[in-house]
Write a new protein. Structure first.
Length: 537
């Protein structure tokens, strides 16, 4: 006789949009129906993703030994899994073991992503139970200058790509007497191969709210804006729901947590222009204008949204602040190397066997990320290159994969860390096509305000086509280098200024790809066997 337990078994099925795209909603429904049919009460929690995207949908079952994972699980697998004892953590071909003990996850240093995949994203009780609001409570006990000093002392740098010290930006806004002041979070994540901002907003939205609220207390702001790209509908819905819950809990609004702090937060949805990842173009869009880059100076910390002092930070930057205030600046600073302190959330994508989120301290090598965590290419062919830092980042050959993930080390190598995206390509990739793509991408996404970016990118596509076709090769190579220098030195923002980086790196490390097809004369096209290049911002 089978004894049916009275208490329900807790089953976690991700609500993250990456998991939903491969059937997580149907899996959750199948678990609910099948368990009911077998008389097994279950409580299904829709959590964020653990970041092991090759295992999605990942189902976790709470057992006395811990959360046991099964994946990837298709809806058609559920009946057999439950019949085989999944709800009791039984062995099965899909059984992965205790999720927290899986080597891929256990070796990471999860700081910003500590709760993502662990909690119910829209449960305020779950958030507090796992340490939420501790950073804000400690910040509210400190004068604003001390909060800014903690952020400065931690060594936290902007995670959006520029790597500018966050504390210096905050101090500049704090020192301004102008009113009002604003906190703006740039969630216009659009680099190919990046998804950390989205995963955090969908998996731990209260953390971002807490970070923005701490920033408001630190600089004297009373209003904040979260600018999310329209291609992230799940993130938009989750953040709006979380903000409503936070207001109801007095985590936003007047007298936050019983203090004198008043701060409110609003979500604004962008139209998807890549250029709005640049802070001043984002501010223009927030003001209801076309997203175009502003000339600097003045910087946004002096004259930002509506001409007032504004803190503009990336999602990961603001979401790291609560941990710094909770654990202390020195504890965070102990992680990392040189001037790159703390952790970075690396995103593995492209032609890779194990794509997903790896959060670890700065200093890990590119080889460790691609070959160890990533497991090499999905096709099984040799890795030829990885592009780090988005569509405007450098292509690095495998001979440079021992480069440590550090802002200055990458800069010295003519590359950049950017937002931490890593897109992998196997040995079938056409690097002349990738160089051409960079110029073509810039031509499509340029705001058009400055000539080097607007015109230079169009001419760049034409010159690369002539080089590959074998037309006056030496002269056109010299012309392309001159064009790259003009774009780098003369562009108004990083859009045009960084476009030459992937072009130059491809020409430097993979010059044969620009020479081999001269007799054929056909312009290069991106091969499907390389990474899928997303021309979005």
């Amino acid at each position: 006789m089978t004894v049916v337990p009275d208490s329900p078994v807790t089953v976690y099925v991700p609500r993250d949009s990456a998991a939903r795209s491969v059937g997580a909603d149907a899996v959750a429904d199948a678990v609910r129906r099948t368990a009911a049919a077998q008389g097994r009460p279950v409580e299904i929690v829709r959590n964020g993703s653990r970041g092991m995207l090759w295992l999605e949908p990942l189902v976790e079952v709470v057992t006395p030994r811990g959360r046991v994972g099964y994946g990837p699980v298709a809806p058609s697998d559920v009946e057999g899994l439950i019949g085989a004892g999944m709800l009791d953590g039984a062995e099965h071909a899909h059984r992965l073991g205790i999720v927290d003990e899986l080597p891929w996850l256990a070796r990471q240093t999860r700081v910003t992503f500590a709760r993502v995949g662990v909690t119910d994203p829209l449960s305020p009780e779950d958030y507090v139970r796992h340490g939420g609001l501790e950073g804000l409570r400690k910040a509210l006990d400190l004068p604003p200058a001390d909060v800014v000093a903690a952020v400065t002392g931690s060594g936290l740098r902007g995670r959006g790509g520029a790597g500018f010290p966050a504390g210096i930006k905050w101090q500049t806004v704090l020192d301004r007497a102008d009113e009002p002041k604003f906190i703006c979070c740039n969630a216009d994540e659009g680099d190919s191969g990046t998804f950390a901002d989205r995963m955090l907003m969908e998996g731990d939205p209260f953390l971002l709210i807490e970070g923005m609220t701490i920033a408001a207390h630190a600089v004297g702001a009373r209003e904040g804006y979260l600018y999310i790209r329209s291609e992230y509908p799940d993130a938009v819905a989750t953040m709006r729901a979380a903000i409503d819950i936070a207001r109801a809990r007095h985590w936003l609004g007047d007298r936050i947590l019983g203090s004198d702090l008043a701060f409110d937060l609003h979500v604004r949805v962008g139209a998807g222009a890549y250029i709005c990842g640049e802070e001043t173009a984002m501010l223009e869009s927030l003001e209801g204008k076309r997203g175009m880059v502003r000339a600097k100076p003045p910087i946004p910390a002096l004259e930002g949204l509506f001409g007032k002092p504004t803190v503009v930070n990336n999602v990961l930057t603001l979401a790291t602040v609560p941990v710094i205030l909770d654990r202390g600046a020195e504890a965070y600073r102990q992680l990392g190397m040189e001037r790159s302190r703390g952790t970075q959330v690396f995103q593995l994508g492209g032609n890779i066997a194990r794509g997903g989120i790896v959060e670890t301290a700065f200093g890990v090598t590119l080889r460790e990320l691609v070959e160890d965590y990533g497991g090499g290419t999905l096709t099984g062919r040799p890795v030829r290159t990885a592009q780090v830092g988005g569509p405007l980042g450098a292509y690095l050959p495998t001979s440079e994969f021992d480069l440590p993930m550090d802002y200055e080390a990458f800069a010295a190598a003519g590359a950049m860390l950017g937002h931490g995206g890593i897109v992998v390509f196997d040995d079938t990739v056409d690097m002349a096509a990738q160089a051409r793509f960079a110029m073509e991408f810039c031509a499509a996404e340029s705001c058009g305000k400055c000539t080097p970016c607007r015109i230079g990118s169009v001419r760049g596509v034409e010159v690369i086509d002539r080089i590959v076709a074998g037309e006056e090769r030496d002269d056109n190579l010299a012309l392309l280098e001159d064009l790259c220098e003009t774009m780098t030195e003369g562009s108004l923002c990083a859009m045009g200024g960084l476009t030459p980086m992937p072009v130059r790196s491809a020409m430097t490390h993979f010059s044969d790809d620009f020479l081999a097809r001269g007799s054929r004369g056909a312009p290069p096209t991106t091969r499907a066997t390389g990474a899928r290049m997303e021309g979005t911002a």
